[in-house]
Design a protein around this ligand. Structure first.
Ligand code: ATP
Ligand code: MG
Ligand code: MG
Ligand code: MG
Length: 562
């Protein structure tokens, strides 16, 4: 491409509202332009870099057995109502009306759309598993759009969805995606780490995030210096099953509690103080080294679990709020005397633990003296919000260190969350119907671009890794009015292109200083300068990253480049 024909509006001044390097440099180097808060245009250089990331993703998705499609961004409210997320997604969901006053959403993610398609198109186990993906624009009305492409309100995502008949099959694809993500971010040249994650608004259980290590990351990662353990700190992770205790304590007794529904009503009926319920809960938790997890929508200081790793005490910051929490209704946990493993989802932790102690939840009956480990098992949670640097790693190996990270990818096992809610079923070989097991796998494509920019730059500008660089070579005739220089540059331009290099030819009539400054700023991996020695057939090759420079004969250029 001739520089005179494309659009690279570089800026000399530091944009005043850009706080971080990648945002400043992408603006200054003429890659992006903001059009509204969190909404950007991708100018030609950014488009090429995004396409390169897209190409890497496409190759790895193909290897993982995923087929590409393209889903609509504009989605009818009914779809979102059928999954329930119309009511739970909150303000991040961009909602709108058409001329007939019908409600729509601009897709922040596509579980609903893809589930409806597969439900229609894949009614039988014979066509399963299937994995589909797209690279597409997403919309989220972020509370704090910032850092340029890192947190936009309109951004590009790769999202993949898999559908299965068995947990083994889901596991298999999840592992393939894990590998694909590892390959993708490695090929992008990023310094990243896969960490344990929570499931946020998407739901589900087994989930990992891919974090680019960076000072400006919005997430804090706790990792062990003695093992591969790493987790997003705001997140909780289940990592150890509570052993079944063989020492029965008090008799389990079933108490009739007609019409009783809430914990406070039950506690009143049983003449147990609600706060005692929590306290005894904590004792039990304390005696058995199980962590109590307190998180989710509840404010951090509602209840403080001190030293969560040892779960030594619980403090109530606000009595009213505590009562409110205790008022949450029973029934969602399942019978407490079931021997099955109870997986307590984060938000339900308090409720579940209260259930565990005072027992609850058959209609009009509650259990007393329920003992965790005897009457049910709990998986262990660590509330990582309270973990400190230097604490023992939750896996028992090594101690905890902190790092900041940018979430560039996220993989989830969704289970039947969406298929059940949306009655998306297949028929198995016996003609029995079941909801699909699902997985979903996202990559922030535009976020990845800025993560690369954040990781690869110096005081002069961007330094693109070869795999992502918009052009391999920046070819610069110093003086376009010098015919030796112009002719040699044109000749090299043709030859390099014939040899499949992507070349940007700076054919502008600019001063050398301007050309070189721009060249450093936009950061192509290799610069070839055609200057005074053009008449002798000599050019200069400079590696952007190392600054390493050498003079080469024009006819040797191709050889030097390989
Ligand atoms: P975050 O925690 O940063 O808000 P998320 O967990 O809400 O991200 P996911 O729902 O997991 O995001 O979406 C998949 C991927 O899309 C993320 O891993 C991230 O790379 C990207 N992404 C999410 N929100 C944005 C955004 N506002 N701007 C750019 N990329 C985003
Ligand atoms: Mg988010
Ligand atoms: Mg997240
Ligand atoms: Mg996420």
């Amino acid at each position: 491409m001739r520089q005179s024909m494309t659009l690279i509006p570089t800026l000399r001044e530091l944009p005043s509202d850009a706080e971080i390097k990648s945002h400043q440099l992408l603006l200054r180097a003429g890659f992006i332009k903001q059009i509204a808060s969190g909404v950007y245009s991708y100018l030609p250089l950014a488009k090429r870099a995004l396409d390169n990331i897209g190409q890497i993703i496409r190759e790895e998705m193909e290897n993982a057995g995923a087929a590409e499609l393209l889903l609509p961004a504009l989605q009818p409210a009914e779809l979102w109502q059928s999954s329930g997320r119309w009511y739970t997604y909150g303000d991040e969901l961009m909602r709108m009306h058409d001329r007939h006053d019908r409600s729509f959403a601009l897709g922040p993610t596509h579980e609903e759309v893809i589930t409806s398609i597969v439900s229609d198109a894949v009614p039988s186990y014979k066509r399963l598993p299937v994995t589909l993906y797209q690279i597409q624009t997403k919309f989220r009305d972020e509370k704090r759009p910032r850092f340029g492409l890192l947190r936009g309100r309109e951004f590009i995502m790769k999202d993949a969805y898999s559908f299965h008949t068995s947990a083994e099959s889901l596991d298999d694809v999840y592992q393939k995606m894990y590998q694909a993500y590892t390959n993708i971010f490695t090929r992008c040249g990023l310094d990243f780490r896969a960490v344990l994650a929570d499931s946020g608004a998407i739901g589900g259980k087994d989930t990992q995030e891919f974090m680019v290590l960076s000072e400006i990351g919005e997430d804090t990662i706790a990792y062990s210096d003695g093992s591969s353990y790493a987790a997003n700190i705001e997140m909780a992770e289940v990592h150890q099953e509570y052993e079944k205790s063989n020492e029965p304590e008090q008799e389990l007794s079933k108490v009739e509690t007609p019409g009783q529904k809430t914990i406070s009503e039950v506690s009143e009926f049983l003449n147990v103080q609600a706060s005692n319920i929590i306290k005894s809960l904590v004792l039990i938790v304390d005696e058995e080294p199980v962590m109590v997890l307190v998180r989710g929508d509840h404010e951090i200081n509602d209840i403080k679990v001190k030293n969560a790793l040892n779960a030594t005490s619980v403090e109530f910051a606000d009595e009213e709020r505590t009562k409110e929490l205790l008022n949450c209704s029973f029934g969602s946990i399942g019978p407490v005397n079931l021997p099955a493993t109870l997986k307590i989802v984060a938000d339900k932790a308090i409720e579940a633990m209260v259930n565990a102690v005072c027992g609850a939840n058959e209609d009009d009956y509650h259990y007393m003296n329920v003992v965790p480990g005897r009457d049910f098992t709990v998986e262990k949670f660590v509330d990582l919000r309270f973990i400190q640097e230097g604490d023992p790693s939750p896996d028992g190996k090594g101690t905890i260190k902190f790092a900041r990270g940018i979430e560039v990818g996220h993989i989830f096992k969704l289970g039947t969350k969406y298929s059940e809610a949306m009655s998306a079923i297949y028929l198995d070989e016996n003609g029995k119907s079941s909801p699909y097991l699902m997985g979903c796998y996202g990559i922030g494509v535009s976020r990845t671009l800025s993560a690369v920019a954040e990781q690869f730059n110096d005081e002069n500008g961007l330094i693109w890794p070869a795999n992502i660089a918009p052009y391999h070579i920046h070819l610069i005739p110093v003086n376009m009015k010098d015919s030796d220089q112009e002719n040699l540059a044109e000749k090299l331009y043709r030859e390099l292109k014939e040899n499949r290099y992507n070349v940007l030819l700076d054919d502008r009539n600019e001063r050398p200083g301007v050309k070189f400054k721009d060249s450093d700023l936009i950061g192509m991996p290799v610069r070839v300068t055609v200057g005074k020695k053009a008449a002798e057939g000599i050019v200069e090759v400079k590696v952007r990253k190392s600054g390493e420079m050498q003079e080469v004969k024009a006819e040797d250029l191709l050889q030097v480049l390989t």
